[in-house]
Design a protein. Structure first.
Length: 224
């Protein structure tokens, strides 16, 4: 199936319109600072956000939720603080990898990091050990306001069920669909991804609730 079709473009726009009409603005990603967003993006791998919030709260109480704070703290102490997020030893190393990258490339300055062109910044962030495409794009979009669409399990599940994509399509091919057919606007990408997460959590589950889903109304077909 060729995803680069007019039908796919129209369907993507209809999905957004219906989700926005139903849920309204999501104000996502939760985080007080860009650095907190970055830390959250790394910690949320393989866990839910409630667990990440507990880990972030621990970092705040320890006054470690800054680039300098995470640079100074030992990996062992960091692992203890982020234990609620799960896989804490692995994630502590990933956070340390990111901090090392931040200081080596940008002298620890997020302002300098933000000035990079999106393609260059994405390539560099992906070079950090433990940072994959979804995490990298979350950092670009939510921490730095770069127009990079985040593709997650919710996105793929929803698009497969609406027959916009084939199940074997990879991350970058799915992302290209959004980049090619929708306006490259960071606020729009932010809102769209947040809405997909919302409908994925409430309706488009592994055991879907299609009967109540806002996308089951006339104009959007479901193939659950």
């Amino acid at each position: 199936m060729d995803v680069m079709t007019r039908t796919a473009k129209v369907t993507l726009k209809k999905i957004y319109q219906k989700l926005y009409a139903h849920f309204g603005p999501q104000h996502w990603w939760p985080g007080d600072t860009p650095f907190e967003v970055i830390v959250g993006a790394i910690l949320t791998q393989n866990t839910n956000w409630a667990n990440v919030e507990k880990a972030i709260a621990n970092l705040k109480r320890a006054r470690a939720l800054t680039p300098q704070g995470l640079k100074k703290i030992s990996t062992q102490k960091l692992a203890t603080l982020i234990k609620p997020s799960g896989y804490y030893n692995i994630k502590a190393k990933r956070l340390k990898n990111f901090i090392a990258f931040l200081f080596e490339e940008y002298d620890g300055s997020l302002k300098k990091m933000k000035k990079e062109p999106v393609a260059v910044l994405r390539r560099k962030v992906l070079s950090v050990n433990g940072v994959g495409p979804e995490t990298a794009d979350s950092i670009l979009l939510y921490a730095f306001g770069k127009p990079a669409f985040v593709v997650d399990a919710y996105t793929k599940r929803l698009l497969c069920r609406h027959e916009v994509i084939d199940e074997d399509l990879d991350y970058h091919a799915i992302q290209d669909l959004f980049h090619r057919y929708l306006e490259a606007d960071e606020q729009f990408f932010n809102e769209y991804h947040a809405l997909i997460v919302r409908v994925g959590k409430e309706f488009c589950k592994p055991d879907p609730k299609c009967f109540a889903c806002p996308l089951s109304k006339k104009g959007i077909r479901l193939f659950c």
